[in-house]
Design a protein around this ligand. Structure first.
Ligand code: AMP
Length: 187
């Protein structure tokens, strides 16, 4: 069993790396952003979710935590999980610890993909040309960074104290970053 959180600012490459690592190690990739976008497309809560996403704010915990818990519960027989974009605040982190513990699981590492804001913004704007995501525009990106600073960044301390935090340089090419991550996970 291997359970990993992939952490970092918007645009650092969390989704890309999570997908590659999940394929390589046969882990279940749980992206709270993807789960929310699916719910937005199919569920009754679409308008509500879109409002938060387009404002660059966090969707309420009650909804996000429930969705992630369901995804975990459906895959407890699998070799492990890679959480991408989750947790995004302390409440979610504590909830994740509890849920994993209940399933007799634990986190093995929190990989912090480091990238400075300007580079991350450039990447998101580039992605916006093809992603079709309504939150990949300059104004929302600014708000997403602010949310990251205020709500998400404090989690680094939470995981550092648990000795789980590993910093990874997010600047190199996709395949070089993947290589770095694999090297760390093999240890
Ligand atoms: P992402 O796909 O990770 O970039 O997330 C896109 C947007 O979905 C975020 O800006 C939030 O509005 C929402 N979102 C994704 N993950 C979470 C989460 N763990 N908690 C609250 N909101 C989230």
């Amino acid at each position: 069993m291997l359970n990993i959180v992939i952490f970092g600012p918007p645009g650092a490459g969390k989704g890309t790396q999570a997908e590659l690592i999940a394929n390589e190690l046969k882990l279940i990739h749980i992206s709270s952003g993807d789960l929310l976008r699916q719910e937005l497309a199919n569920g009754d809560l679409g308008q509500e979710i879109k409002k938060y996403q387009d404002a660059g704010e966090l969707v309420p915990d009650s909804l996000v935590i429930k969705m992630v818990e369901k995804a975990i519960a459906q895959n407890l027989d699998k070799p492990g999980f890679i959480f991408d974009g989750y947790p995004r605040n302390l409440n979610q982190a504590v909830s994740l610890d509890t849920v994993l513990k209940t399933g007799r699981l634990e986190l093995n590492a929190v990989l912090n993909l480091e990238l400075d804001e300007q580079e991350a913004v450039n990447r998101i704007i580039l992605r916006g040309q093809t992603s079709g995501r309504s939150d990949d525009n300059e104004e929302t990106i600014k708000a997403r960074f602010q949310t990251y600073q205020e709500k998400t960044l404090p989690l680094l301390d939470y995981y550092r104290r648990q000795n789980l935090l590993v910093n990874i340089d997010g600047r190199p090419t996709i395949s070089e970053v993947t290589k770095q991550i694999m090297k760390i996970l093999k240890k």
